[in-house]
Design a protein around this ligand. Structure first.
Ligand SMILES: [Zn+2]
Ligand SMILES: [Zn+2]
Length: 73
């Protein structure tokens, strides 16, 4: 893995350029079994998800995943 973000959580930026900061997002959880999720270990396999409220205001749904979701190839 290269270019991994050294920070364990926010802040970061949504794909449409909005800063994802407390008050500007809804944090949730999505179980997953992709490689980055499994690497978190037993009982933690999944992604923390951040719903961008700035996008929501524009009637778009932008979910950011931490760790980044990697679809199985
Ligand atoms: Zn956004
Ligand atoms: Zn995943």
């Amino acid at each position: 893995m290269s270019a991994a973000c050294p920070h364990d959580h926010v802040p970061f930026v949504c794909p449409r350029g909005h800063p994802i900061v407390p008050g500007e997002m809804i944090v949730s959880w999505s179980p997953c079994v992709c490689a980055p999720s499994v690497a978190l270990g037993e009982g933690r396999q999944g992604h923390r998800t951040y719903l961008c409220l700035a996008c929501k205001d524009e009637r778009r749904t932008t979910l950011c995943y931490l760790p980044a979701h990697v679809p199985a190839s």
